[in-house]
Design a protein around this ligand. Structure first.
Ligand SMILES: *[C@@H]1O[C@H](CO)[C@@H](O)[C@H](O)[C@H]1NC(C)=O
Ligand SMILES: *[C@@H]1O[C@H](CO)[C@@H](O)[C@H](O)[C@H]1NC(C)=O
Ligand SMILES: *[C@@H]1O[C@H](CO)[C@@H](O)[C@H](O)[C@H]1NC(C)=O
Length: 244
């Protein structure tokens, strides 16, 4: 009897392990996606990082990667302010990168007890290339950036042209996208925060760095990895009031 009880308690504790995604966010994920930026890793869900540290696409790793699987990485900002004083915040698709495969490279876990995980790599930059976080210095809260790893369906039909107009990234609905494309619940996830207020002074004159950064100057057209995007002037105006 005693043994059974103890066993159940232990099992329950394992079961209630911390969600890796923000409270209230769906799809919620319990398995950790290792998100490794050049200078820092996301060690605990919700950890605050700087714009500078997150300017380039992170490397990703999971503890249990099957070499036969293909993965898709998605990153979302959950806290883009609404338009024209609308208090409802919106999402922005910061990255959707397909064709990740397990490598033979191992990454040491962030906690001392963690096992090493398998680095995943892709030669792709899209269909939606990585945009570094750039929440405005005038915002009232830090933005949450969620990273999700999905098993990529063999017949996934998503093109760079789907996101050629950056407007297509605003209000991106991951649940609808999953449904439309027959994508199963994410295998792993994580999230970090970036506070535009904290970064305002720290980055000073810094311009968006890395490929696919959004130009900070609101009068500059947005340029992605593939150069100018769409109707630059219109986008510049729209992005002028937009927190990314
Ligand atoms: C981070 O590393 C990538 C290569 O993995 C490089 O292209 C990029 O410039 C680096 N970014 C910073 C901020 O060091
Ligand atoms: C590893 O992942 C596969 C599916 O990707 C799953 O079936 C299996 O149970 C996982 N193993 C562990 C130890 O988590
Ligand atoms: C405010 O923004 C939300 C989310 O984008 C939208 O559903 C809603 O219709 C907007 N409200 C108004 C009054 O524009």
């Amino acid at each position: 009897m005693l043994f059974t009880t103890a066993f159940l308690v232990a099992a329950t504790m394992v079961g209630v392990s911390q969600a890796q995604t923000p409270t209230g966010f769906t799809p919620s994920v319990k398995t950790k996606l290792d998100v490794l930026f050049n200078s820092t890793a996301v060690n605990t869900p919700g950890q605050q990082l700087t714009k500078a540290a997150t300017a380039s696409q992170p490397q990703i790793a999971i503890t249990n990667a099957s070499s036969s699987e293909t993965f898709m990485f998605v990153m979302l900002d959950l806290d883009v302010p609404g338009q024209g004083g609308n208090a409802t915040r919106r999402t922005l698709l910061h990255a959707m990168v397909t064709n990740f495969k397990a490598t033979s490279q191992r990454v040491l876990g962030s906690s001392s007890t963690a096992t090493s995980s398998t680095l995943l790599l892709s030669s792709q930059k899209g269909p939606a290339s990585y945009l570094g976080p750039s929440p405005p210095a005038t915002d009232t809260k830090a933005h949450r950036y969620v990273e999700l790893l999905f098993q990529q369906p063999a017949n996934l039909n998503v093109q760079a042209s789907d996101f050629a107009n950056t407007q297509a990234r605003i209000g991106f609905d991951i649940n609808a996208f999953m449904k439309t494309n027959g994508i199963k619940a994410p295998l792993a996830g994580n999230f970090f925060t970036v506070d535009g207020r904290a970064n305002g002074a720290a980055t000073g004159s810094g311009t968006a760095t890395g490929s696919g950064g959004i130009a900070k100057n609101t009068l500059q057209p947005f340029t992605g990895a593939s150069g100018r995007v769409g109707a630059s002037l219109g986008l510049a105006v729209i992005f002028g009031g937009l927190a990314l």
